[in-house]
Design a protein around this ligand. Structure first.
Ligand SMILES: Cc1ncc(COP(=O)(O)O)c(C=O)c1O
Length: 391
């Protein structure tokens, strides 16, 4: 067989991809050992029946052929309206490209703005696919650490220190894996560096509807940022539509026109019936989004309650998204050791912080994605296990 390209061979950067605990948990389940899985960002509810009905009606109505490559105009208009309402920045349908999910949007956005061999900055801790995405477009994936002692809020000076030779910066608020929502001060600091260093900002806002404390601020709203920001959004988390693969990029019209050319040569758009379902879901408004987000807010409260009773495990204030990041450094174990032993000794699967970069070492990420009672019981067991390590 001839060799495959170095771009693909190097996509994962070699070595461990950090998903071993997850893979082991799946193996244990397959061989009959029950495991409580608190690993991936998948809702425990399915897509709402009303959204499925809209999808069904669209498909049966004939929307099964090629859809418009940049997205159907009604959906592009709806997303534009939503972004304009959130940011105050005039936004039209041709500022919007519909993509097959947020992940494809992240890849396309970076392909649009990264020069081959230039640095593509991202904040550590990070969503697991980020470095591979940046390498995949020929960028030099360069982490900028956000530290637990700063509540995982990135600091402008740390970004600035890495900005020589960089074309772009990727941020994510509300954040996966930490659950942290970036403050206005953080975002203004980021915006200042982007303007000073002439960087593109890719803002991954797929958790924008899951906010428990503070407010979601899109950097597109900050002065002078709309011309250098590409906002990535998705129906996956906000509407429990992970499998439907529908997301978007919002940015300057010229960039969207180029990205439409890219889509013509890659995805050729998103299924029309999926877009119609997404349009229906967005038209349902905030009530549906709040209903889908509510379980995570309840479970965050359960987490706070369970952690009150002990002092070994410390919670990073989780202001949004479907995860909590727990500091387990008091046990003396690394996140990886803790997660592996928790799986073997208590049959609970969580993600080691190290899977999300160096900055989250000594932490674990808990996905709040199982039913409340079982979730509360799992957290109690987790805390008991952590305490037993300190005896
Ligand atoms: C931070 C972040 N960005 C993007 C994605 C991709 O989501 P999707 O491709 O389903 O829209 C995820 C999924 O977990 C995520 O956590």
């Amino acid at each position: 067989m001839p060799e495959i390209s170095s771009t693909l061979r190097n996509l994962t950067g070699g070595g461990s991809d950090g998903w071993e605990v997850f893979a082991r948990a799946r193996q244990m389940i397959a061989s009959g050992t029950p495991v409580t899985e608190l690993t991936i960002g998948e809702h425990d509810i399915r897509t709402d029946p009303s959204i499925l009905a809209a999808m069904d009606a669209s498909a049966r109505g004939g929307h099964t052929g090629y859809a418009m490559v940049p997205g159907i105009e009604a959906l592009r208009r709806k997303v534009a309206e939503r972004i304009e309402a959130a940011t105050g920045v005039p936004t039209q349908f041709d500022n919007v490209l519909i993509t097959p999910g947020g992940q494809a949007a992240l890849f396309a956005a970076h392909l649009a703005v990264c020069r081959q061999g230039s640095k593509a900055l991202f904040i550590d801790p990070y969503y697991a696919t980020y470095p591979g995405t940046l390498r995949g477009v020929g960028g030099v994936a360069t982490p900028v650490q956000a530290h637990p002692e700063h509540g995982f809020q990135p600091r402008a000076a740390d970004i600035d220190a890495q900005a020589d030779g960089a074309a772009s910066l990727l941020i994510n608020s509300p954040n996966n894996p930490t659950g942290v929502v970036y403050t206005r001060k953080t975002l203004e600091g980021i915006a200042d560096v982007c303007k000073k260093r002439d960087l593109w900002l890719i803002s991954d806002e797929v958790y924008e509807t899951q906010i428990w404390e503070g407010e979601h601020i899109s950097p597109r709203a900050l002065e002078g940022m709309d011309e250098r920001t590409l906002v990535v959004g998705s129906m996956s988390k906000s509407h429990a539509m992970t499998g439907s693969r529908c997301g978007w990029i919002v940015g300057p019209k010229d960039v969207i026109a180029h990205l439409t050319n890219l889509a013509t040569h890659t995805t050729y758009g998103v299924a029309g019936f999926v877009q119609d379902a997404a349009l229906f879901a967005l038209n349902e408004g905030a009530e549906l989004e709040a209903r889908i987000a509510a379980p995570f807010e309840r479970r965050r409260a359960i987490t706070l309650e369970k952690l009150k009773a002990q002092n070994t495990v410390r919670m990073i204030p989780a202001d949004g998204a479907m995860y909590v990041m727990l500091d387990i450094r008091a046990t003396g174990l690394s996140g990886e050791e803790f997660a592996n032993r928790l799986l073997d000794e208590r049959h609970i699967a969580v993600m080691p912080g190290e899977s999300f970069g160096r900055a989250a070492a000594g932490h674990i990420r808990v996905a709040m994605t199982i039913e409340d009672t079982a979730y509360g019981a799992a957290l109690e067991t987790l805390c008991g296990f952590a305490a037993s390590l300190c005896d």
